[in-house]
Design a protein around this ligand. Structure first.
Ligand code: GLA
Length: 719
């Protein structure tokens, strides 16, 4: 780590990305450049960037806001969303911070175990009686992130919003973000970058099934492989705001932060509020942007050790019908198919025979499990698997012993607990008693049973989440309490893994990924839906942390009937699991499934450690994606035909990501391909020959003739 005196400009460059800040005078840091690396630059050359960008002088500061700070202030002439919103009874709402200390650390270890070039600015507004600490990291992965900490030095100060704002260049004229719903997360939406505000806000106390997930601004028509993009993300699992703002004066920026309810944060003298990290990822194409997020998550302290075990989960096999004999048989079949983890889903505790009652009572139901979970776990362990259990710690049914004993632990406003959703309400973990009760109940389970993994669910949004008896908004505290609870359990039980599930991928963000080892992709196992969900979840989350299961056919959520081959070929790229009732599968299908499990186990080191790539195939009915090994010697690609194409054949598909000059042999591996469909294979598959990465990546290969809703796997290995 090298401490250097702060110059007027700071240039960090790492993993192909440069950021240049103006830090002169006593103003908060202004981001002059963020994009592809600019190489080494002298102080004079950095100064020239600022001069070069200065527009001709204008008399009105509003008309020439070209280098506002990353915590924008009205004082500088900014008329967009301000960086700090708040007041002291109507006073001190427009702070003008003056920097009193700046430090620059290069290659420094961060609190979360990573390495970054860090710029820190400490500032004060003595008139407003506020101080501010801004921390900006360019991480070794090329990700940019910033957060702000506001401290009140006067009488009570109400904080309404703290936002980080990262300017993007005017060539970024198209936006991409995501929406969705239960069983259909991560639906992309694109639009021109409008003048005004494009805001995506979440008020449900979790990241959201409909979360923006990422807000990406880029050069018009950007794709996976090219087109400059700047992606933004709020690393927080509670209420949040993520937006793109374009002003009449030409300023364009991506901004975001926690979305605070009225009166949620009131700072007494000496108290501080710290915003979540706001992340920015640059890339030439979405794949390059995603690779930076993947490298970041893979370098986190929570990132799981060891290969991702094949899971068999009981949910779609038996739902709430817990029968020891049936589940025992399922365990045997799971081991036979090659699974390594058996997960007992909802229905094992309290009076939980359906979703009307029992949530909150985290003791094993003696009615269903007279000897506890011991016999089942013993069978799981004897078959060489580890054991996982479903929990939903933040939730209660009103019909539960917990809700009857402690109604004051439920969120409420004005004495009302609000409407129920899936017959459940939310436990307020900011009540020390509620927190301790749930922690102890979960610890007791972990102490009694050999549990390797918790599937941690969160099946409703938080509405009117007020802390009783006053009803103060408490989602901020609730979110931090959940993080703390997860960490406490993992500290007490080394090696415990947690999956973040919220009716699917409703709580997936870089905040929760500092605490969990898996996220559930979606409650739909239908591969047509999952192709899309997995593809776009992977823009943020590396595939090995995304739970994807082979479900039954017809699909329980959409009614579509699909081949086992397509279901398995869709799931195998992520953290593989199976949710079929394996007792009912035909011997042929069982053998096919076992072949897919074997494929996954043999190749997961590459599938889970390589670079994810997606081809921009011109025919949107055909998706080609893959994973390339870090040394570029090998790659696996999956082709999915989502529907029938208007014209046929669709033309060669590019196999992206290979080293241009290296020669590869591409093949269709045996054993896991679609059952004989009578469809002809392309010529190149009959007599494979060596082709360079440039040829495979630019000219491409003809695709096998595939029926709709089928797929094909292509292997490329250095010749
Ligand atoms: C949620 C989860 C499912 C399952 C059920 C159990 O819907 O997303 O996977 O665990 O709850 O009730």
């Amino acid at each position: 780590m090298a401490d250097t005196p702060t110059p007027n400009h700071v240039h960090f460059h790492s993993a192909g990305v440069s950021v240049v800040f103006a830090t002169g005078e006593d103003r908060l840091p202004r981001l002059l450049y963020w994009g592809a690396s600019l190489g080494e630059l002298s102080d004079a050359e950095l100064g020239a960037i600022e001069t070069a960008q200065m527009p001709p002088f204008d008399h009105n500061p509003n008309d020439q806001v070209w280098n506002v700070s990353i915590l924008p202030e009205f004082e500088a002439g900014w008329l967009g969303r301000p960086g700090l919103e708040g007041s002291r009874d109507g006073r001190d709402w427009s702070p003008a911070f003056r920097v009193v200390g700046t430090s620059v650390h290069r290659d420094a270890p961060t609190e979360d175990g990573r390495t970054a070039d860090r710029l820190r600015a400490v500032a004060r507004d003595d008139h407003a009686e506020l101080s501010l600490e801004l921390t900006v990291d360019l991480l070794s992965t090329g990700l940019l992130r910033a957060r702000a900490s506001v401290t009140n030095t006067g009488e009570a100060y109400r904080v309404d919003a703290v936002r980080i704002v990262l300017p993007v260049p005017s060539l970024a004229d198209e936006l991409l973000d995501f929406t969705g719903r239960h069983l259909m997360e991560r639906v992309p939406q694109r639009c021109a970058f409008p003048v005004g505000l494009h805001a995506r806000e979440q008020r449900g106390g979790r990241t959201g099934l409909d979360a923006a997930h990422l807000l990406i601004a880029g050069r018009g028509g950007f794709g996976f492989r090219d087109g400059e993009v700047w992606g933004a993300h709020v690393a927080f699992s509670g209420n949040q705001s993520l937006y793109a703002e374009r002003l009449y004066n030409g300023a364009r920026a991506l901004g975001g932060g926690e979305l605070l309810q009225s009166g949620e944060i009131v700072l007494a003298r000496g108290e501080s509020y710290t915003s979540p990290w706001f992340y920015g990822a640059y890339g030439d194409g979405l794949d390059e942007m995603a690779a930076r997020f993947h490298a970041h998550v893979r370098s986190g302290r929570a990132y799981p050790a060891g290969p991702r075990p094949v899971v068999v989960n009981s949910w779609e096999a038996v739902y709430f019908n817990h029968d020891i004999d049936v589940l025992g048989e399922l365990v045997d079949r799971a081991a036979e198919v090659g699974a390594e983890r058996f997960v007992l889903d909802d229905g094992w505790f309290g009076s939980r025979r359906d979703d009307h009652s029992g949530l909150g009572d985290w003791t094993v139901s003696p009615e269903v499990w007279p000897d506890g979970l011991h016999p089942l776990i013993k069978r799981v362990k004897e078959r060489g698997m580890d054991f996982g259990l479903w929990v939903e710690p933040e939730m209660v049914n009103l019909d539960s012993d917990l809700a009857r004993a402690h109604p004051e632990w439920l969120f409420s406003v004005g004495g009302r607990v609000g409407y129920s959703s899936r017959y459940q309400h939310v436990l307020d973990l900011t009540h020390p008693g509620a927190y301790a009760h749930i922690r102890d109940a979960l610890l007791a389970l972990l102490d009694e049973y050999d549990i390797a993994y918790l599937k941690w669910d969160h099946n409703r949004t938080l509405v009117e989440a007020g802390h009783a008896p006053e009803g103060r908004p408490a989602i901020h505290g609730q979110t931090l309490a959940v993080y703390r609870l997860m960490d406490e359990l993992r500290a007490a039980h080394a090696g415990l893994e947690i999956e973040s599930c919220a009716s699917g991928s409703g709580r997936v963000d870089l905040g929760i990924l500092e605490h969990v080892q898996r996220v559930w992709g979606s409650d739909t196992n239908d591969p047509v839906e999952r192709q899309q969900i997995n593809r776009y979840l992977k823009l943020l989350v590396p595939p090995e942390l995304i739970g994807a299961h082979v479900g039954p056919s017809p699909s329980h959520t959409t009614g579509r009937t699909q081949t086992l081959q397509f279901r398995a070929q869709t799931a195998v790229w992520c953290h593989l699991g199976i949710e079929i009732d394996l007792r009912t599968v035909s011997p042929e299908e069982f053998a096919q499934l076992a072949a897919w499990v074997a494929f996954y186990r043999e190749h997961r080191h590459l599938l889970h450690g390589g670079t994810v790539v997606n081809a921009d195939h011109p025919d949107d009915a055909i998706w080609v994606s893959g994973v390339v090994s870090p040394d570029h010697r090998e790659a696996w690609y999956g082709v999915a035909t989502l529907r029938r194409s208007v014209t046929w054949p669709p033309g060669p598909a590019r196999l992206p990501g290979l080293a241009e000059e290296v020669r590869y042999v591409a093949t269709l591996p045996d054993g896991i391909q679609p059952a004989a469909t009578g469809m002809p294979l392309p010529e190149w598959t009959r007599a494979p020959r060596a082709m360079t990465g440039a040829v495979l990546g630019r000219a491409g290969v003809a695709l096998p003739r595939l029926l709709p809703e089928t797929g094909q796997v292509i292997h490329a290995r250095e010749a």
